[in-house]
Design a protein around this ligand. Structure first.
Ligand code: PEP
Ligand code: MN
Length: 338
């Protein structure tokens, strides 16, 4: 971290700044100039907030030279993390992962039928929502525990690990017992209480990017989970809010190589929520494979107009299978197993 102080800062103030940082275990180098004095801080600056340093009226400028996250940082963990989700490995050189299934679980018969169909089409994990974060309180809110138990039946029949969204701490025991990959949705990406709580879980976490969050904020949320002791985090880019209205969100595919550069965590892409339109899902899925993502999360329904949520962005099972076949060709072209 580099700090410059204003012209005329009294010596007592400079001494107190040096003392304050040294007390926190940092090595401080002071470079004196005629107009400004510049401090270089070396050591673990993750606990120092730029805003707090700027609160001192003698401080002119603060520049962070190292990232504010540590556990997620590739600098301190150069090898790719590979996360084991109920026996399916995700990240590094593990085969490309495909999570697919309905937006909402609509009952045992539906989820078991769709599970078999998506598995046939190439999925390796089953997704389905039982606790739904809906914009309207009058929309279908999910089947809750009943839905989770329906999914467990689908896992018994297909052997596929299951992915589902956790919205509140109250359900942690249920998810710890039944769910293989615990999804934290876009709307809860900065629910810090929930992040701390899942940081104590023993199951891997799928952390979706918030609707209007920067990549750094997203990594800091992963850092929350990891700081709690749970290092099994997979990131999911699902589109961000922009001025564009044609699509539900704007898929920020550049986040994939940025995440790969900055962190060692696996990153997958959800083109369903990113576009909100089934017609756009395949092309964005192919682009995600080419961009180096570690997997995809895709919404699939066999009767989209009658889906209990997100029908407009659901692929039918045959279209999903076609998409996977094309993804395999792109994966082969970029040297990725699938
Ligand atoms: C979902 O995957 O069902 C979902 C609600 O996604 P997001 O949190 O990305 O909107
Ligand atoms: Mn959905």
């Amino acid at each position: 971290m580099i700090i410059s102080t204003k012209k005329g800062t009294p010596q007592t103030e400079l001494d107190s700044i040096v003392h304050n940082f040294e007390k926190q275990g940092l090595a401080v180098t002071l470079i004196r100039g005629t107009d400004y004095n510049v401090f270089g801080l070396v050591g673990d600056t993750t606990k120092i907030a730029e805003k707090d340093v700027l609160a001192n009226p003698w401080v002119e400028n603060v520049t962070r030279v190292s990232a504010p996250y540590k556990r997620a940082n590739r600098l301190f963990h150069p090898a790719d993390s590979i996360i084991d989700v109920g026996g399916v490995k995700i990240g590094g050189n593990a085969p490309f992962a495909i999570m697919a299934g309905p937006c909402s679980i609509e009952g045992e018969e539906q989820i078991c039928r769709l599970a078999a169909e998506v598995q046939q089409g190439g999925a390796t994990l089953l997704r389905g929502g039982a606790y739904k974060p809906r914009t309207s309180p009058y929309s279908f809110q999910g089947l809750g525990t009943e839905g989770i138990l329906d999914m467990v039946k689908a896992r018994q029949k297909t052997g596929m690990p299951i992915v589902s969204e956790l919205m509140s701490e109250e359900r942690i025991d249920e998810f710890e017992e039944y769910v293989d990959l615990v999804q934290i949705g876009a709307r809860n990406m900065q629910n810090f209480q929930l992040l701390k709580a899942v940081g104590k879980m023993h199951k891997p976490i799928l952390l979706k990017r918030g609707l209007a969050n920067t990549i750094e904020e997203w990594i800091m949320s992963a850092e929350y989970i990891m700081a709690g002791g749970n290092e099994q985090v997979i990131l999911c880019e699902r589109g961000i809010r922009t001025f564009e209205k044609y699509t539900r969100n704007t898929l920020d595919l550049s986040a994939v190589p940025v995440i790969k550069e900055k962190t060692h965590l696996p990153v997958i892409v959800d083109p369903s929520h990113a576009t909100g339109d089934w017609k756009l899902v395949e092309s964005m899925a192919l682009a995600a494979v080419a961009a180096g993502a570690d997997g995809l999360e895709i919404e699939v329904h066999d009767d989209p107009p009658r889906a209990w949520s997100d029908g407009a962005q659901c692929l039918k099972p045959d279209k999903f299978a076609d998409m996977v076949a094309k993804c395999k060709r792109v994966a082969a072209a970029v040297g990725r197993d699938m």
